[in-house]
Design a protein around this ligand. Structure first.
Ligand SMILES: Nc1ncnc2c1ncn2[C@@H]1O[C@H](COP(=O)(O)OP(=O)(O)OP(=O)(O)O)[C@@H](O)[C@H]1O
Length: 241
């Protein structure tokens, strides 16, 4: 699905633990575009995941607006926000969020069923995406039988299979070796460049900087720098299956 512009306008978010209120986003504004892989980098705790959660409609900010195409997510009811996520968003979470009882193929197929695809189409997309992340031979295995890196690749396949307009990935290569990390980065980039999705990725991984169209650096809940990259990406290495 082709993406659409997404913008945070003056976002504020604080978390309160006991009596201590910690401001995490401090009036942050950022606009990202379809067809681009935007990478958000910055020190641990600076608010990257909080920004991603807000832009993906997973968390409501305390103040500010989130414009997704022609909608302001902060004005939507919980139900409308759930629908927005279901229809438009794919997520790769830091903790992978896989279901213990499902094998890799079922993990990828499940959200496709929720999105209304028939079983045959869901199966064909799931098989294709598991192959693209190099897991064709391991699609019958459950999370407890998979390595951390394999689980992460299942989570990536699940998000890609949905062909979302907006793709959010939080540290999607943290458990991956050089080759698989690069290949997942290439897949995120292809999702933006070939499918036209709006792709936002949060990462410490320097391999992704080379693949990103734009690198946004955060510090203390604000944008510190915003760099459009013009370098040609390295060639695709492909994945073992
Ligand atoms: N639900 C929450 N309740 C309380 N504090 C939270 C919550 N979520 C995040 N925080 C705090 O907000 C701050 C920013 O967290 P966030 O996960 O956005 O940072 P980050 O830049 O993504 O960090 P990392 O690179 O380590 O993942 C941290 O101090 C974190 O402890």
């Amino acid at each position: 699905m082709t993406g659409f512009p997404l913008a945070a306008v003056g976002l504020h978010k604080s978390f309160t633990t006991g009596r201590i209120e910690t401001p995490v986003l401090r009036g942050l504004s950022l606009a990202i575009e379809p067809g681009e892989l935007t990478l958000v980098v910055g020190p641990s705790g600076c608010g990257k995941s909080t920004l991603l959660a807000a832009l993906g409609g997973l968390m409501r900010p305390d103040a500010g607006r989130i414009l997704a195409g022609d909608r302001d997510l902060t004005q939507l009811s919980d139900r409308a926000l759930d629908r927005f996520r279901l229809e438009s968003c794919g997520f790769v979470f830091q903790g992978f969020n896989l279901f213990p009882a499902l094998n890799a193929l079922e993990q990828v197929m499940l959200p496709l069923g929720h999105a209304g695809l028939d079983r045959q189409e869901a199966l064909s997309r799931a098989v294709d995406c598991l192959q693209r992340v190099g897991l064709a031979e391991r699609s019958h295995l459950r999370p407890m039988e998979l390595s951390g890196g394999e689980k992460q690749r299942v989570a990536v396949a699940r998000a890609l299979a949905k062909r979302p307009a907006l793709l959010f990935a939080d540290e999607p290569t943290s458990a991956l070796d050089k080759r698989n990390g690069h290949a997942v980065g290439e897949l995120l980039r292809a999702c933006a460049h070939e499918d036209g999705a709006t792709v936002l990725c949060v990462s410490h991984d320097p391999r992704l900087i080379d693949l990103a169209d734009r690198v946004v650096a955060m510090e203390d809940g604000l944008i510190q720098s915003d760099t459009i990259r013009v370098d040609a990406p390295p060639s695709q290495e492909g994945l073992p299956s």
